[in-house]
Ligand binder design. Sequence first.
Ligand SMILES: Cc1cc2nc3c(=O)[nH]c(=O)nc-3n(C[C@H](O)[C@H](O)[C@H](O)COP(=O)(O)OP(=O)(O)OC[C@H]3O[C@@H](n4cnc5c(N)ncnc54)[C@H](O)[C@@H]3O)c2cc1C
Length: 421
Amino acid sequence: MARVVVVGGGFAGLSAAARLAKLRHEVILIERADELGGRLRGFRWDDHVWQLYPETVTLPGVFRDLFRKSGRQLDRVLDLAPAPPRRHVFVRGRRRDVLDLPFGMRGDQSAAIEQAFGADQWSPWVDSLAPRWDALRRRVLDEVYDGVLEPGYRRQIRPRRSLRRVARRELRDRRLRSLVLDAASLEGDDPMHTPGVTAVWHYVERNFGRWSFDGGLPALADALARRMGERKVDLRMTTTATDVRRGPAGRLIGVETDAGPVDADVVVWCAPDLPSSTPEPALVRRIPAPRTLLTLSEDPGILDDMVLHAERPVRVWRSGPSHWVVENRAGGDALDALAEGGLRWRGLVESRRDLAPRELVLLGHDGWAWRGWHATAERPGSDTRGGLFFAGAHAHPGTSLEMIGLATAAIATHLGEVPRR
Ligand SMILES: Cc1cc2nc3c(=O)[nH]c(=O)nc-3n(C[C@H](O)[C@H](O)[C@H](O)COP(=O)(O)OP(=O)(O)OC[C@H]3O[C@@H](n4cnc5c(N)ncnc54)[C@H](O)[C@@H]3O)c2cc1C
């Protein structure tokens, strides 16, 4: 039996711990806070829990697989419901084009695009992403990725071809191009330096849909926290891990914490701060866009998720009955940015809080920018032979819950099951 120490009890740590405990490893989870869930718990302000990212997920299979392979099935614990379309408003001078893009069905997306733009250039392009998604999933996401791409995969994934180049070459319609490029900008990536293969996200959303958890992400955190008890994970709360410990010949022997050393054969590091002895990767930090939290006096009557494609994109989503979050890459005042897209909300605002990038970084909302799949080896990657693995928003393959779920699934597959005695 391997003794596994998981550092951090956010979605990454909880999903890693649940899977590994079910595979009969002895799992200890070290969490700095007095509550499990990390950012799934949202941000508390003004008697409300705000989600600083839109709350929906794609790839529902990642979540179903996690629950199935760690105990009771997801649908016996939590409901997943399909999310409504996302509204895209394209601003050019005085002109506003509106597209309500549904998820999950090719026919529905095609009809929406035809209705908005007259012709559907989008669906055949999204179809063409299928082999790239397949290659990515197989070689980069379903395994603990070692930074090496064989020629066949390299041809599909083309690490050095930028997203901007892909969008410019493959999409003629300016609005569709901005739909693709703005999705990356909103994540904090520069489309010039983001690998084109990340466009597969549009294929994923279309084919697998977007979904929301009944009770939101805190309900997901509660369900996973319960699973820690069911799987007898040894929880060490209010404990901060600072580094990994190595013995003779550099062999990993545990972690260092503020409550003393903890022995381990394997460490899965799921906290945003790297172990102090791990060198910082030579990559740029992603700077989050400012967020503005708004409580409105009446329902503004828009879809729950909207992107405004102006010179720089703005995204706005519902985070409660009368609560909205604005992610504002455009800079300036968020309400002015919204007014550009026709949302004149100034008179409706009951309370408001602006979160600057610096505050968001302090809350742990930064990350590493993508500079190509080849660069993932420089990111905090996994030292598979040495028994040190990284997962979570700050590790390969990225920040969204689906990517984190795939990373912990790959680690569990890599470590395998402990044979019954
Ligand atoms: C740039 C960026 C973009 C994002 N984009 C998306 C997105 O598109 N969609 C989406 O759904 N989410 C997004 N997120 C949010 C993020 O993926 C989710 O909120 C997710 O829940 C993060 O899970 P995690 O476990 O990696 O980290 P966290 O939820 O932050 O959990 C880390 C846990 O570790 C604990 N901890 C920290 N340091 C230590 C330590 N030294 N020792 C012990 N415990 C420690 C913390 O208390 C916390 O509980 C984004 C995040 C970033 C940074």
